[in-house]
Design a protein around this ligand. Structure first.
Ligand code: 6AU
Length: 259
């Protein structure tokens, strides 16, 4: 039995957060629910793949702390690419400390994440103070955050009451929280976007506990909104063709929900 969902354009009219609205309008305009996880270690390699597949994605996710030659010039160029191709920048920092510490990690150090990342991830293990700390830094810069409510890895502890608490923290901080990293649909609230990693077409896992599902399982069966794909694209013989394939699979699964 198929469950009717709202189209991206219809959902925008039910959303209040400017970042959620922007993201949905990019998804609608570019016909994509694909987020590239650009988990490469050289700035040049990241900028090169992002320039090639920027047209296929609604977001580019980074792990800046794995970039060997990180510089502010790198993130400036990434921001330029986000303007050229119209995608959002998503730093997967997974904050996980007390509010006071995460504020400094978010705005300071060598990365100055708050200066360039539209969205960041945070764990909720410290309780809601982590979100309130990030919010004090991010709100005036029109930033947002995504809560890691569930994980794709074997034996994850982020489940059950923990995930429910993440949903509660999201609802209490909707001026700053725009969604979840998750493996299921956690709320019908149109403002909160469900983003699902652990998506790949050719293999079912890796040697370190990563577990994969297909784009259609994520979007059509689990009713999440965005697929996050790293190695499925990055290690392909033809990453550009593969990005197109993930874009099509994810978007097709969304269209199946609409009909
Ligand atoms: O497609 P992969 O397996 O190459 O990469 C998946 C990406 C990696 C992980 O750090 C991230 O998604 N991730 C996350 C995120 C986005 O927070 C949570 C999770 O549960 N599983 C996961 O793989 O960059």
């Amino acid at each position: 039995l198929k469950t009717q969902v709202m189209s991206y354009s219809e959902r925008i009219t039910h959303c209040s957060h400017p970042l959620t609205r922007k993201l949905l309008s990019i998804m609608d305009k570019k016909k994509t629910n694909l987020c590239l996880s650009a988990d490469l270690t050289s700035s040049q390699a990241i900028l090169s793949i992002v320039d090639k597949v920027g047209g296929n994605v609604c977001m580019v996710k980074t792990h800046v702390d794995i970039v060997e030659d990180f510089s502010q010039d790198f993130v400036q160029k990434l921001v330029q690419l986000s303007e050229k191709h119209d995608f959002m920048i998503f730093e997967d920092r997974k904050f996980g400390d007390i509010g006071h510490t995460v504020q400094q990690q978010y705005k300071g150090g060598m990365y100055k994440i708050a200066d360039w990342a539209d969205i960041v991830t945070t764990h909720v293990v410290p309780g809601s103070g982590v979100v309130r700390g990030l919010k004090e830094v991010g709100l005036s810069r029109q930033r947002g955050c995504v809560l890691v409510a569930e994980m794709s890895s074997t034996g994850t502890l982020a489940k059950g009451d923990y995930s429910k608490a993440a949903v509660r923290i999201a609802h209490e901080n909707k001026d700053f929280v725009i969604g979840f990293i998750c493996q299921s649909n956690l709320t019908k609230d149109p403002d909160l976007i469900h983003m699902t990693p652990g998506v790949r077409l050719d293999v079912s896992g890796d040697a370190l506990g990563q577990q994969y599902i297909s784009p259609s399982s994520a979007i059509r069966d689990l009713h999440t909104d965005i697929i996050i794909v790293g190695r499925g694209i990055l290690t392909a013989d033809n990453p550009v063709a593969m990005a197109e394939q993930y874009q099509e699979s994810g978007y097709h699964a969304y269209q199946e929900l609409l009909t």
